[in-house]
Design a binder for this molecule. Structure first.
Ligand code: TPP
Ligand code: MG
Length: 487
């Protein structure tokens, strides 16, 4: 959200080990983060000290730098390097181990090796030859597709990306957290025709999006076997992952999109809106709309995901920040809940981590106190860190949490068996009562009318609120041509 690292401060041993979960999430998403871990006095190493643990080694596989200051005077040097490493090049995680003898040591300020605040990351342009190749590839495409990833969001490339799309009239779809770089209701978005677009595109232009599992590796059956790839990425080593790259644009997404815009200013590139490709995409969009509209308008009780998410969509302000996690709750939410602004969507991301939602919502509310934050959680996802509603209440952050409650993971049941299945939770659990323990407002809804009233009231609450919405435990996604993890 800020292009600066988030920091997490933990106690030694078990605290640090739990912090590794956060490091791993940052590692997988390529986000800047610094974990500051307390550690036993260094003179007690190897003696079985209180909470002594191999902390630097535990962090190592998930970080760009895992380090420990050697003396108090050099702490600023280490911290400056930690910040710099986390945000320069491909962003990532850093671990700094802080032994108790350094934390409690004292020196005269004049002896401190003071460092200036680390400047923002330097920006680099793409090689001009690659820019030409990229434009040539797009010019030759009959079925082009632009994929806008969270790298474009991170780089604040929204103006340049939008200018490029509007000049070229190329169809685009966003990655889950690339949503909002270009508004989801933009006429060039073909997100509802995602499967068809991926499968049939002949040239794909990745703007800060990786061909990992989220994009089905860029391989058949989800992609055309002869797909040609134009790839813009901050990390040179990402180029060519899974599919060879025809034109590699390595560097800052905003700066490079500016280069592309200059190139097409000089020699326009405009994809015809009367092409067969646009015709196919528009037809698929329409087919999808009809299928989804029927489910979104279905008022039957118990409710399904689409009906509930539609109501959340309608109650959410246009400039709200949406956090989301869960399985169905998040997956279906990606298509039903729109974003209109960049960096306004945070979810379980590349690592599919449950438990991040509440922390993300709290961080978002702290960074943007002027914005509404709506945190849409599956009931299982909520359970991973649900007690963080206490933090939201203590800091008076008027987040609206919504729990889409199907009594468990994926699909629950209405009544518990004996013994209960591991994926099935207490039926109709009153998560709304949890937040009330800390002074927040809780709402419980089982039908469309209760839901609408509760959501509208919750969004206006001056204190944190939680709307617990019961749905059909058997509710599921619309039939998929390919399953989520199709080989
Ligand atoms: C830390 C972690 N543990 C476990 C999982 C496996 N997992 C994936 S989604 C999910 C929960 C899905 O249930 P819920 O949040 O209720 O959403 P629903 O599909 O029921 O709407 C779990 C436990 C995970 N992704 N991350
Ligand atoms: Mg659930």
């Amino acid at each position: 959200m800020t292009q600066r690292p988030g920091a997490c401060l933990v106690v030694s041993g078990p605290g640090m080990v739990h912090g590794v979960a956060g490091l791993s999430n940052a590692w997988s998403n390529c986000w800047p983060m610094i974990l500051l871990g307390g550690a036993n006095d260094s003179y007690q190493n190897e003696q079985g000290a209180f909470q002594e643990a191999p902390q630097i080694e535990s962090a190592r596989p998930f970080v760009k730098l895992s380090t420990r200051p050697d003396r108090i005077s050099r702490v600023p040097t280490y911290i400056e390097k930690a910040v710099r490493t986390s945000i320069y090049g491909r962003p990532g995680a850093v671990y700094v181990d802080l032994p108790n003898d350094i934390i409690t040591d004292q020196i005269d300020e004049s002896q401190l090796d003071v460092r200036d605040r680390c400047p923002d990351a330097p920006k680099s342009l793409a090689d001009p030859g690659s820019v030409e190749k990229a434009i040539a590839a797009l010019r030759s495409a009959e079925r082009p597709l632009v994929i806008v990833g969270k790298g474009a969001a991170y780089a604040h490339a929204e103006d340049e990306v939008r200018e490029f799309l509007e000049a070229t009239r190329l169809p685009f779809l966003p990655s889950p957290m690339g949503k909002g770089v270009v508004p989801d209701d933009h006429e060039l978005s073909i997100a509802p025709a995602r499967s068809h677009a991926l499968q049939n595109a002949d040239v794909v232009f990745l703007i800060g999006a990786r061909l990992n599992w989220i994009l089905h590796f860029g391989l058949p059956p989800r992609f055309n076997k002869d797909v040609r790839v134009v790839q813009l990425d901050i990390a040179a080593e990402e180029v060519g992952t899974n599919v060879p790259t025809e034109a590699a644009l390595v560097g800052d997404a905003a700066a490079i999109m500016h280069q592309l815009n200059d190139a097409i200013d000089a020699e326009p590139l405009r994809f015809s809106s009367t092409s067969a490709w646009w015709g196919e995409l528009n037809q698929k969009i329409e087919e999808n709309r009809q299928l989804v509209d029927a489910m979104m308008n279905d008022d039957s009780v118990p409710m399904g995901y689409y009906r509930v998410l539609r109501e959340i969509r309608d109650a959410t302000p246009r400039d709200a920040i949406i956090c989301s996690e869960g399985a169905n709750t998040m997956d279906i939410g990606r298509s039903v809940l729109p974003n209109y602004l960049p960096r306004h969507r945070l979810d379980a991301g590349s690592f599919g981590t449950m438990g991040v939602g509440l922390g993300f919502a709290i961080a978002a509310a702290a960074v943007h106190p002027d914005k509404k934050v709506v945190c849409v959680e599956g009931d299982s996802a909520f359970g991973f860190s649900g007690m963080e509603v206490e933090t939201a209440c203590r800091h008076k952050l008027p987040i609206t949490f919504v729990v889409i409650n199907n009594n468990g993971i994926g699909q629950g049941v209405s009544e518990l068996s004996d013994p209960p299945l591991p994926s099935v939770y207490t039926p109709s659990a009153r998560y709304d009562q949890v937040i009330e323990a800390f002074g927040g407002r809780g709402f419980f809804a089982t039908n469309p009318e209760e839901m609408r009233k509760a959501l509208l009231e919750a969004m206006e609450c001056p204190v944190p609120s939680l709307v617990n919405i019961m749905i059909d435990p058997k509710a599921t996604r619309k039939p998929q041509k390919f399953d989520w993890l199709t080989r």
